[in-house]
Design a protein around this ligand. Structure first.
Ligand code: S3P
Length: 434
């Protein structure tokens, strides 16, 4: 599906972003691992989280609709049913990386996880390594790519240091640690999103953080009855970027998750001089884990930007918003540099390659590096055609570029947005009408 995004008038009004994708995935999985019904309010309605809902159902945990959310009835930590066919994760990398943590400890049962063409290009050796060290048995194509076959086994506690900061890998090991024997520790080089830690604490798990080192003891059962999913800051980011770029814009974002491990993009924007104010949780690296997810509002209006440098420690806190940093860099005064972001190469597309090629085609001065990109602001973007390569975040970044461009942008493959934000077009129309 090709959609044209023409230069627009100001964005005005209030946005309620869709439910957080990361938190929705985690809630459904913990629901399946629990032994009592878990009510999840505001569960994300999108392709990725539909895959998780269906996976959990296939594993024997009934899922029912409940007002604006779902109720998941798990069979306990050892209660995953064997599935006689591959579990289809669709395009959902988070499901592909988190679920093996739980399934690896389901003794005597075998599971296969597979997904779409993009998933089959995304490495799973990063979860095979720690799980194998815990005693799990897993197989993958070329030892690296899905389909991933998991033979459930008795697991020993982990003592694992992540080679790169990845919340998906960290969460996988934490879920395995729940069903392993003893106290596990997991260390990450720099903090990444901590939704799993917060939700496990809320479920009564003894999980502690000391700097970037986590320790977690196994439990008999999870005690979690209710999760309310906040709005997704990564989805809000598209309209926040558009409001910063399109002259005369002023929007309010309501009900957004403000967890500091997810809001690095907004801090980058502040540094670039954007007019942005709100309820962001202050960064607290190494501080104690809290069981709650902060929710708040943001006020954003258009203004000029100066270039910035995004370094390695900031990357995990803004990982999914880095394509938008590239778009903003085209409009900023000076050279915007993103480094330490080689993880972008293994996202839904190789986001260093697809962002650089895509924005160049719109007139940007942008160069790829091994671990990021360098953008020289030229005061704007001409426009043209952008291929999404089936990547939802590239599709929506292309739309934002179009609204702020001179000639408009034709986005080829806009349907990819449905992976995380099916209502994207409607929400845009609402902000342009208001
Ligand atoms: C996610 C973590 C990030 C992010 C992805 C969702 C999560 O991946 O890019 O969209 O929900 O844990 P990595 O942790 O592998 O960087």
């Amino acid at each position: 599906m090709n959609i044209r995004f023409d230069p627009s008038g100001p964005l005005r009004g209030t946005l309620r972003p869709p439910a957080d994708k990361s938190i929705s995935h985690r809630a459904a999985l913990l629901g399946a691992m629990g032994s009592r019904p878990l009510r999840i309010d505001n569960y994300l309605k999108a392709a990725d989280t539909r895959s998780t809902r269906e996976a959990v159902r296939a594993l024997g945990a009934p899922v029912e609709a409940h007002f604006d959310g779902i109720v998941v009835c798990g069979n306990g930590l050892q209660g995953a049913h064997a599935v006689g066919r591959p579990i289809d994760v669709g395009n959902a990398g988070t499901l592909m990386r988190l679920l093996p943590g739980w399934l690896a400890g389901q003794q005597g049962r075998t599971f296969t996880l597979d997904g779409d063409a993009s998933i089959r290009r995304r490495p799973v050796d990063r979860v095979i390594a720690p799980l194998t060290a815990m005693g799990a048995r897993l197989r993958a194509a070329e030892d690296r790519y899905p389909p991933l076959v998991i033979d459930g086994a008795a697991l020993q506690a982990a003592d694992y240091t992540l080679p790169v900061a990845s919340a998906q890998v960290k969460s996988c090991v934490l879920l395995a640690a729940l069903v392993a024997d003893g106290v596990s520790t997991v260390s990450e080089p720099v903090p990444s999103r901590d939704h799993t830690e917060r939700m496990l604490l809320a479920a009564g798990v003894r999980i502690e953080r000391d700097g970037t080192r986590l320790s977690l003891a196994t439990v008999e059962e999870l005690a979690l009855d209710h999760v309310v999913v906040p709005g997704d800051p990564s989805s809000a980011a598209f309209f926040v970027a558009a409001a910063v770029l399109v002259a005369g814009s002023r929007i309010t974002v309501e009900g957004m998750g403000c967890n500091w491990t997810r809001t690095g993009f907004f801090r980058i924007l502040e540094r670039m001089g954007a007019n942005i104010a709100g309820d962001l949780e202050p960064p607290d690296p190494g501080g104690p884990i809290t069981a709650s997810e902060p929710v708040g509002d943001l006020e954003v209006s258009a203004g000029s930007l100066t270039a910035t440098t995004v370094s390695e420690a900031e990357v995990p806190l803004a990982i999914d918003e880095l394509p938008l940093v590239a778009v903003l860099g085209c409009f900023a005064d000076g050279q915007t540099v993103v480094s330490g972001a080689q993880e972008l190469r293994v996202k839904e597309s190789d986001r260093i390659a697809t962002v650089v090629t895509g924005l160049r085609g719109l007139g940007a001065e942008i160069e790829a590096t091994d671990d990021g990109f360098v953008v020289t602001g030229t005061g704007g973007l001409r426009g043209g055609t952008l291929q999404t390569h089936g990547d939802h975040r590239l599709a929506m970044a292309g739309a934002v570029a179009g609204l702020a461009s001179v000639d408009g942008v034709e986005v080829v493959g806009m349907e990819a947005a449905a992976v995380s934000y099916p209502r994207f077009g409607d929400d845009l129309a609402g902000l342009l009408e208001a």
